[in-house]
Every structure is written in structure tokens, then in C-alpha cells.
Design a binder for this molecule. Structure first.
Ligand SMILES: [Zn+2]
Length: 92
């Protein structure tokens, strides 16, 4: 049968420093800044962690710690219930 040659994926233009385009500060904002409050009554802060289509930004992107990301999702969902934040952009 045909010889199986392990082909290595040729990678052109390998960026120095991994696959991230640019380095985001990977620190939890709520841990770093004690004045930044995590509250459902504060949609301005929660909005930072939503995409344009109002999806919650995952932890691997936002850099939040597990504890605060958990709190954040709860607060965003509470905020949506009382219409301070939208679920989607469809009904704006
Ligand atoms: Zn944190």
C-alpha cells in the first residue's frame, strides 16, 4: 500500500508570542479594581462584558476569574429580567 508520510502542517507567518493577535491584559477586572461593583442595577459596568449582539463574553476572552464570571452572568441575567440590558439586539 501507499506509504504513509506524516505531513507536518506548514505554517506560514507565525506570529511571535502565540496565536493571539494582541495581548490583552489577562487580569480579572473585578479583582484588580475594588471600586468596580458587580451589580444588576448597574448596566453600564455589565455592558462591558457583552458583545454588540448582547452575548456574554466568555472568560477566556474577558480574562475574568471563575468567581467573578459566575457572579457576572447571574447579574447580567437579573439585569435582563428587569429590562436594564437587552437579551438580543432584535427588539431594540
Ligand atoms: Zn475576580
Amino acid at each position: 500500500m501507499a506509504e504513509i508520510v506524516a505531513k507536518r502542517p506548514t505554517r506560514k507567518r507565525r506570529r511571535p508570542g502565540g496565536r493571539r493577535m494582541f495581548n490583552r491584559p489577562k487580569v480579572c477586572r473585578f479583582c484588580a479594581d475594588a471600586t468596580l461593583l458587580l451589580d444588576y442595577k448597574d448596566p453600564k459596568t455589565l455592558r462591558i462584558f457583552l458583545t454588540e449582539r448582547c452575548k456574554i463574553i466568555p472568560r477566556r476572552i474577558s480574562g475574568n476569574c471563575a468567581k467573578h464570571q459566575r457572579r457576572l452572568t447571574v447579574e447580567i441575567k437579573r439585569s435582563r429580567q428587569i429590562a436594564l440590558l437587552p437579551f438580543t439586539t432584535a427588539h431594540q
